[in-house]
Ligand binder design. Structure first.
Ligand SMILES: Cc1ncc(COP(=O)(O)O)c(C=O)c1O
Length: 382
């Protein structure tokens, strides 16, 4: 049967193995407290749900790929309030069906093997979608390790300039999944300078930009030059709207124009009622503040028990994740399996990339009460 060989190369999604193990433990009657996957179980604010319902009309045609002008304006206004960056809603913003599909398909828009642009650069441990999309698009992929000794930032000086010249796009993701690290503006400044020198694009996945605890993280949009830069953001985490599928790409007018040409063929504009709900969500900060406070409380519960058990938390300045060093040099999947026997599900760092070995990731998605139950389990097990 003519199926893409990439499907086999990707193997089983490691989280499927975790699901199987969870079922076994639950069948023994153990209460499962699931910090494994990053799907927030938080409620979506009532005013957003109402805006969605109000957006349903008797007849609804195909949504236009470049979205409603009001949504592009709401996104541009948010970027200006949040990052102090003025974007032209016509030329520099395009709504997407969540960040994921746009991240996955981006390689198809930018690769140009005939010009020698056949490489996509990503980082690991990390969200696997940019890499997977690149492979399906036929690109070679270079994964830069994110190491604690470098603050979980990629070591750009370690990359051979010949590889930069082959790069069509270089992906970064801060605040970072899974390490929770944030990036200084200097990283983006350096990347846009390298992009100009070697003719590649910088793609910054900022899906967690609003889940912060001390100070709001910067955006790549604040870099001095946006000609070769696009950012991807989303309402999934900011507004607990994973099920709605709503995000955007913003930055380089040339790339946004390319997406306007590409996306109608794929058919990936958000439904108009989702766009109406998204306008409401981008226009309000109170519900985001409340979400941050909820995450902050859950985080405090776990930080407290981990500190008392002298379990070191690395990175973890922002996002909904805690990146915890495995104590005693135990392999991360063995440590995760041990916690799972007691009902606490965490993601072994090795599932997220080779440089994730030695850590586990707690996604702060269970309710506060469940975090307290988990703290009690950890108190005994660690
Ligand atoms: C780093 C990162 N980027 C993007 C996404 C995708 O978010 P969305 O729900 O907007 O597709 C996720 C989701 O987990 C993520 O972890």
């Amino acid at each position: 049967m003519p199926l893409s060989p990439i499907l086999d190369e990707l193997g089983t999604y490691p989280f499927a193995r975790l699901d199987e193990a969870k079922r076994r433990v639950a069948a023994r009657g153990v209460r499962v407290l699931d910090f494994g996957m990053g799907d927030p179980g938080e409620p979506t604010a009532a005013f957003i749900r109402e805006a969605l319902a109000d957006g349903i009309r008797e007849t609804m045609g195909y949504p236009r790929a470049h979205g409603l002008p009001e949504l592009r304006q709401a996104i541009a206004a948010w970027c200006e309030r949040r990052f102090g960056v003025a974007l032209d809603p016509e030329r520099e913003v395009i709504p997407t069906l969540g960040a994921k599909e746009a991240i996955f398909s981006f390689a198809q828009v930018v690769l140009d093997p005939d010009r020698g642009k056949d490489l996509v650069v990503t980082t690991e441990p990390g969200y696997p979608v940019a890499e997977r999309g690149a492979r399906f698009a036929g690109a070679e992929v270079l994964q830069l390790p994110l190491l604690e000794r470098n603050g979980f930032l990629p070591d750009l000086d370690a990359v051979d300039p010949a590889l930069w010249r082959r790069a069509a796009v270089v992906w970064v993701n801060y605040p970072n999944n899974p390490t929770g690290a944030t990036a200084p503006l200097a990283l983006y400044e350096r990347l846009v300078a390298l992009a100009a020198e070697h003719d590649f694009l910088v793609a910054s996945d900022e899906a967690y930009s609003e889940l912060w605890f001390d100070e709001p993280p910067v955006s790549a949009l604040q870099a001095p030059e946006r000609t070769r830069l696009v950012v991807f953001n989303s309402l999934s985490k900011r507004s607990s709207m994973t099920g709605y599928r709503s995000g955007f790409v913003a930055g380089s007018p040339e790339v946004i124009n390319a997406l306007r040409v590409f996306r109608p063929s794929v058919g990936t504009a958000p439904q108009e009622f989702v766009q109406r709900a998204s306008i409401a969500a981008w226009s309000d900060e109170n519900h985001v503040r409340e979400a941050r406070e909820r995450y902050g409380r859950k985080r405090a519960v776990l930080l407290d028990v981990l500190a008392r058990k002298t379990c070191r938390v690395a990175g973890s300045r922002a996002t909904m994740y805690l990146w915890v060093e495995v104590p005693g040099g135990e392999p991360s999947d063995a440590f995760a399996a041990r916690l799972l026997e007691h009902g606490v599900v965490v993601a072994p760092g090795s599932y997220l990339g080779p440089s994730g070995e030695g850590y586990v990731r707690f996604a702060l998605v269970p309710a506060e009460e469940e975090c307290r139950l988990a703290a009690r389990v950890l108190e005994e097990v660690l």
